[in-house]
Design a protein around this ligand. Structure first.
Ligand code: SAH
Ligand code: SF4
Ligand code: F3S
Length: 453
């Protein structure tokens, strides 16, 4: 390690957007000599990339900061401590007030300013907070060159949200919807593929609201996500495309049809519905009914019968009655999910639902969550078991935890492992599945030949 090398530790909370942002912060800091380490213990710079979505997520940040303060003291004050992400955006002032050990606070659109902020801290200038909302500047200023970690990568194409679901902080922490332009996305995708990436997961809080501009020669303004995906599919060496997270309101026909006509688009869709009752969907300001959601899924399955569908659910939204919750259970039965996340409603100050009457008691939320999760676990296990006996193309992402096994992902995004003594990382191989649990499927190598998609 040469003298100029500094150690960087980033801890990431929350969604894939934060995972992507953490990667990009590493890219911004690499030219300054920062190399990532596995623990905060001896780091020169520690960044907590935070999530504000539920109360628990936010509280974690403050307790983590308390521990880091002690590490900082041990380092004789040498360690720089920064908070980034959605808590930084929403509670920047509060963080600085509650934890003076924090040297810098940066909102999600300000990461390109990290080097400048670090310089300011070193000059002891008293400007520790940067929560501007200039998202275009962020993407323009981030380096094109990305460090890659394995054959699968995230690529942000859209940020922010204008939907204002009544429970959600994202429109306040990430700001208004913004789509990157097509050229910038293609350039980043090509750079990733050049470095060995074979699967790209297009990201956005509202990714299917994508409406980025393209050069006039290529069809001009306001491309849809479907059009962008078909365009990216032309990149040689890119074999798999995914996108997340989508909103039912923006599932247009063109995007639905892409699952039928674009082989590289994987048969997997994360489409959160949150609740199965129309009254609750309305109170949440989701802008669609349960029936519309079912229609979308039916249409997708007509086009691609093996489509794996996943979702997010909130139980105990204010005013949720027993019969509303039963509608959620019925919807889950009807859709039959491959996997899903489910949460108890968490009251977020500043969002409309926080002030709604008839908040649901904690024990009712607990009971509903348990029932919902039991059903979802059953469906997920069944979905994994349904792969037994099938031979699936698996993108190998690295060694599995068990010695002598490799790990990867099926087209349905299932974690999978198979016996193999050779390091096949980065290859797409055929694996015949012979075992399944709640969280993974296991199999044996059928052939190393790249399958015709
Ligand atoms: N853009 C995505 C979701 C982003 S947040 C969408 O529109 O669905 C990820 C998930 O966190 C949400 O889908 C929701 O299920 C959950 N969530 C958001 N706010 C919440 C809150 N106040 N309480 C509990 N769960 C919440
Ligand atoms: Fe939040 Fe709704 Fe926007 Fe999703 S669509 S990020 S849940 S406001
Ligand atoms: Fe959390 Fe911000 Fe993502 S609040 S879920 S990290 S957009």
């Amino acid at each position: 390690m040469n003298a100029a090398t500094k150690r960087l530790f980033i801890k990431t909370y929350g969604c894939q957007m934060n995972v992507y942002d953490s990667e990009r912060m590493k890219d911004v800091l690499a030219p300054l000599g920062y190399v990532t380490t596995e623990t905060a213990d001896d780091a020169d710079l520690v960044l907590l990339n935070t999530c504000h979505i539920r109360e628990k997520a936010t509280e974690k940040v403050f307790s983590e900061l308390g521990q880091l303060k002690r590490l900082k003291q041990k380092s004789g004050g040498k360690m720089l401590l920064g908070v980034t992400g959605c808590v930084a955006q929403a509670e920047g002032e509060e963080i600085m007030r509650r934890q003076p050990a924090v040297d810098l606070v940066l909102g999600p659109q300000a990461y390109h300013k990290l080097p400048e902020m670090i310089a300011r801290v070193h000059r002891a200038a008293n400007e520790r907070l940067e929560t501007d909302f200039d998202v275009e500047e962020k993407f323009d200023a981030l380096p094109l060159d990305r460090q890659v970690d394995g054959p699968s990568a995230f690529l942000s194409v859209q940020e922010g949200c204008d939907k204002f679901c009544t429970f959600c902080v994202v429109p306040y922490t990430r700001g208004a919807e913004f789509s990157r332009n097509v050229d910038a996305i293609v350039a980043e995708a090509r750079a990733l593929v050049h470095k060995g990436v074979r699967e790209i997961n297009l990201l956005g809080q509202n990714v299917n609201a994508y409406h980025g501009d393209a050069p006039v020669l290529e069809g001009g303004d306001s491309w849809t996500l479907g059009k962008l995906i078909r365009h990216l599919a032309k990149i040689d060496g890119l074999d798999r495309i995914r996108f997340t997270t989508s909103h039912p309101r923006d599932m247009d026909d063109d995007l639905i049809e892409a699952f039928g006509d674009t082989e590289k688009l994987m048969p997997y869709l994360h489409l959160p519905i949150q609740a199965g009752s129309d009254a609750i969907l309305k109170a949440m300001n989701r802008g669609h009914t349960a029936e519309r959601y079912v229609e979308i899924i039916d249409r997708l399955r007509e086009i691609r019968p093996d489509m794996a569908i996943t979702s997010d659910f909130i139980v105990g939204f204010p005013g949720e009655r027993d019969e509303d919750f039963e509608d959620t259970m019925k919807l889950v039965e009807r859709i039959d999910y491959a996997a899903a996340y489910s949460f108890k409603y968490s009251r977020r100050p500043g969002t409309p639902a926080a002030d709604m009457f008839s908040q649901v008691p904690e024990e009712v939320k607990d009971e509903r969550l348990q029932r919902l999760q039991a059903l979802l676990r059953e469906q997920q296990t069944r979905f994994n078991q349904s792969q037994i006996g099938k031979t699936l193309p698996v993108l190998v992402t690295g060694k599995a935890r068990n010695e002598g096994q490799m790990a990867g992902r099926t087209p349905y995004l299932q974690a999978t492992h198979f016996e193999c003594s050779e390091d096949l990382t980065g290859q797409i191989v055929n694996v015949t599945m012979d075992a399944a649990t709640l969280n993974s499927v296991g199999g044996h190598l059928a052939s190393k030949v790249e399958p015709v998609a």
